[in-house]
Design a protein around this ligand. Structure first.
Ligand SMILES: Nc1ncnc2c1ncn2[C@@H]1O[C@H](COP(=O)(O)OP(=O)(O)O)[C@@H](O)[C@H]1O
Ligand SMILES: [Mg+2]
Length: 528
């Protein structure tokens, strides 16, 4: 249309107009001169002069007017940046075409400027949102912020975030949709297919089943679902729905939400992964705790069984042997004396066995800590060890009078036992030095040092589970569960030193009830 109007104008070019006017003026002057009118009548000459001057003036004015209008328009742009400036087209010639081209130029520049401004606003919003969202420490923090930013971006009040799991989407967080969400109608949505999805592409429709679409249609008049897609993996989706006043999403909303979804899908994906790792860690801790708890329970049971069955049986055997010996003691005769002497050896063996049994029972029995308290239990244990082995075992305990958590007490007692047994069994140590401090402050510091043969700690660490024995691993697991630290130093020929730091009141002990929730439960509902 514009092209044709320009062609139409070029039928009257300025050059033709001026040439024709000058030609007519020259021809008319020549004609008038040939008739002698100009020479004979000065009045005619003057009139002719005025006519020619007026026509020239009008042309000059026309040209300068056009130039001024153009200049004004250019100044409006350069000085004030007003790209809306339009100049009135003059005539159907090049001047008119220039005016129109100028107007087209400013209009297109204006449109581009508007687009740029809108994009800039989007980028600023995204930049600001990124700051807010990347600071979110967990998925529970991230999802509300993401939804809030999405709704804020499009000026809406109702929406939800779904997280994908298998071929379903679970409502993870919602805003402004309490009633619908409470009804459970849109808590789970089914997908027609899951993998593989095309690489992130704007406008990619979420493959919801017709039944799920129907559920959404029933629940909300208008709704839009934008996939949160990290690479080819569907992470979830952002939904905007009709609000109370019946205002539903429009295509502009969807486009911007798509931009947001593209920017933040990876963040959600990473948060989900971190959440899974955390859950797995928790599960591992729970398993470790279960293992340690059942180990303790098994030890207690064994201690009881040994005490009650073997201990009692040995007691009866000892009693009978002593009775027999006493009876034989009063008799004369070679045979009786022989019998009496012969009985001395089994009686001694039974007494030794009883002593050994008592040691085992005491070692297995955790209740010694409950009965005596940790400090006395360690002192008592080192005393027994000294008596039994002849090794110089010394214990220095200074933990103040305040009550300690029983999990911490048991852990420390078991660690002391394990370290001492290792020092004797593996290190063949001749002295063991135990210190436990923690009267002040929130941490307990245990140190078990021996002068035994020592070993290469790195080799033990590298061997993992392959190397026999679970004592050191058990120590690490106990300490890890209680959020403490372990440091084991040793070298061949240089003894071994075990250092453990434990909080007096453990910040974290996994309860058996925790950690049982599946991911589905974690996704559905708990963030609302
Ligand atoms: N105090 C120590 N002195 C020398 N070697 C030790 C000491 N403590 C641990 N070790 C070494 O570490 C290995 C693993 O110990 P541990 O985990 O307690 O298993 P276990 O005592 O059941 O064999 C031992 O086989 C031994 O080689
Ligand atoms: Mg051991």
């Amino acid at each position: 249309m514009k092209e044709s109007s320009r062609l139409h104008r070029f039928m009257f070019p300025l050059s033709v107009k001026v040439t024709l006017t000058v030609l007519i003026a020259v021809l008319a002057t020549m004609g008038l001169a040939s008739t002698g009118i100009l020479r004979q009548s000065p009045g005619y000459s003057l009139a002719w002069l005025v006519l020619v001057t007026t026509v020239s003036f009008r042309y000059a004015k026309y040209l300068s007017g056009a130039a001024r209008a153009l200049l004004h328009g250019i100044r409006e742009i350069t000085a004030r940046g007003t790209l809306k400036t339009q100049i009135a087209p003059r005539g159907r010639d090049e001047i008119g075409a220039i005016a129109e081209a100028f107007n087209d130029l400013t209009a297109s520049l204006h449109a581009h400027k508007e687009k740029l401004a809108a994009r800039l606003a989007e980028l600023e919003f995204l930049h600001e949102a990124t700051r807010g969202l990347t600071q979110a420490g967990s998925l529970q923090e991230l999802l509300p912020r993401l939804l809030e930013k999405s709704l804020q971006a499009v000026g809406r009040r109702c929406g939800a975030i779904y997280l994908a799991r298998g071929s379903e989407l679970f409502l993870a967080y919602q805003r402004g949709l309490d009633e619908v969400a409470a009804s459970g109608a849109v808590e789970r949505l089914a997908l027609e297919r899951v993998e593989p999805l095309p690489e992130v592409s704007p406008g990619f429709p979420l493959p919801l089943t017709p039944a799920s679409r129907e559920c959404l249609d029933k629940a909300f008049g208008k709704w839009a679902m934008v996939p949160l897609q990290a690479g080819c993996e569907l992470v979830g989706s952002i939904m905007i729905a009709e609000n109370v006043s019946g205002e539903g999403p429009v295509s502009g909303d969807v486009r911007f939400i798509e931009t947001i979804a593209r920017e933040f899908a990876t963040l959600v994906h990473n948060s989900l992964l971190a959440e899974k790792v955390k859950a797995q860690e928790k599960e591992l801790r729970r398993l470790a705790l279960d293992a340690i708890t059942s180990q303790d329970a098994e030890r207690a049971r064994l201690s009881r069984e040994l005490h009650d069955s073997v201990g009692q049986a040995l007691g009866v055997v000892k009693f009978n042997l002593e009775l027999l010996q006493n009876r034989l003691a009063g008799r004369n005769g070679v045979r009786s004396r022989e019998m009496y002497q012969w009985l001395g050896s089994p009686l001694e063996m039974v007494m030794e066995a009883m002593q050994e049994l008592r040691r085992i029972v005491d070692e297995l029995r955790p209740s010694v800590v409950e009965e005596m308290g940790l400090a006395d239990a360690i002192r008592w244990y080192s005393h027994c060890l000294r008596e039994r082995t002849g090794i110089a075992v010394e214990a220095l305990v200074d933990i103040g009078g305040n009550h300690l958590d029983s999990a911490v007490e048991t852990a420390i007692y078991r660690i002391v036992q394990e370290a001492c047994i290792n020092a004797i069994k593996h290190g063949r140590a001749s002295s063991i030095y135990i210190t436990l401090r923690g009267a002040q402050g929130s941490m307990l510091e245990l140190r078990v040092e021996d002068n035994g043969r020592g070993f290469l700690v790195d080799e033990l660490e590298a061997s993992g589970q392959a190397r026999a024995g679970s004592g050191v691993r058990g120590i690490r697991e106990r300490v890890l569960l209680l959020r403490g630290e372990v440091n084991l130093t040793s070298a061949p020929g240089r003894g071994t030193c075990l250092e453990v730091r434990l909080p007096r009141q453990p910040r974290f002990v996994v309860s058996s009830e925790e950690g049982g929730k599946g991911d589905a439960a974690a996704y559905a509902g708990i963030y609302r």
